[in-house]
Design a protein around this ligand. Sequence first.
Ligand SMILES: NC(=O)c1ccc[n+]([C@@H]2O[C@H](COP(=O)([O-])OP(=O)(O)OC[C@H]3O[C@@H](n4cnc5c(N)ncnc54)[C@H](OP(=O)(O)O)[C@@H]3O)[C@@H](O)[C@H]2O)c1
Length: 264
Amino acid sequence: MALESGLRGARVLVTAASRGIGFASARAFLGEGARVVVNSSDAARLTAATDRLGALGEVHGVVADLRHRADLDRLLEETVRRLGGLDTLAYVTGSPRPGVFLEQEYEDWSRAAELLVVSPAYLARRAAEAMLAHGRGGRMVFLTSIAIREPIPNLATSSVCRIAVAGLVRTLARELGPRGIRVNGILPGFIATDRLREVLADAARRKGTAPDAERAALESEIPLGRVGEPEELARTVVFLGSELSAYVSGALLPVDGGLLRSVG
Ligand SMILES: NC(=O)c1ccc[n+]([C@@H]2O[C@H](COP(=O)([O-])OP(=O)(O)OC[C@H]3O[C@@H](n4cnc5c(N)ncnc54)[C@H](OP(=O)(O)O)[C@@H]3O)[C@@H](O)[C@H]2O)c1
């Protein structure tokens, strides 16, 4: 039996997609024949991304800062205007700065909460309205982190705020399931992107080591022996954002090379 994603012609919004996990996810959706809107906060980086993605299919860029309500409203409105509706939301976002708990100021918590709590919840509300308006249901996939199961040293704000996304996923799965919208979350471990380079450089600076040494130490802890590639993460985004996962809702799926040890 051939596996069908059902994504040909599907209308997909991928946020925070000028590079890294979001970019790889947009590329994977385009590979399945979806029509895609990508977003980021930086016009030049987003244009570079749409230039690369344009060869693969229909792609539109919308510059919007995910921390700002007016930008979130405009992002959803532009998406619906350009695609004629919305079938899949793949929510990726930016990162709070690394650091231990005692370094975090009030402003760090505000910024992290805007990026990791308020933004996904508000965009989900607007996306749900768009999906309900056309009566065909939909799918939402939220990127969070393995930090929701085991806090990551030196990522204090992330380890606290990303737990909210797990609550969001479970809340929406219950509320929106009866209306035909499935909602799931992904818990990435360590994926080879600019964000990982930032985290490794910060760890090396604190310990007086080198980023390569930090990466080797990290990889020695991962059962599969290496960090993941963005494309490997993107396949899971496509799985949860398509009909391949038709009976999956409310799941929080680690993609971490086996790193998480917690049971349940
Ligand atoms: N890589 C990992 O190992 C890992 C693991 C767990 C969780 N995560 C999380 O997953 C998310 C994506 O990670 P990544 O590794 O792909 O990061 P990345 O390579 O640093 O890419 C981040 C993306 O977010 C966009 N962005 C940043 N701030 C934004 C804002 N305010 N509004 C809109 N777009 C914004 C950036 O685009 P512009 O700069 O063009 O705006 C860029 O496209 C992050 O939240 C990260 O913390 C990553």
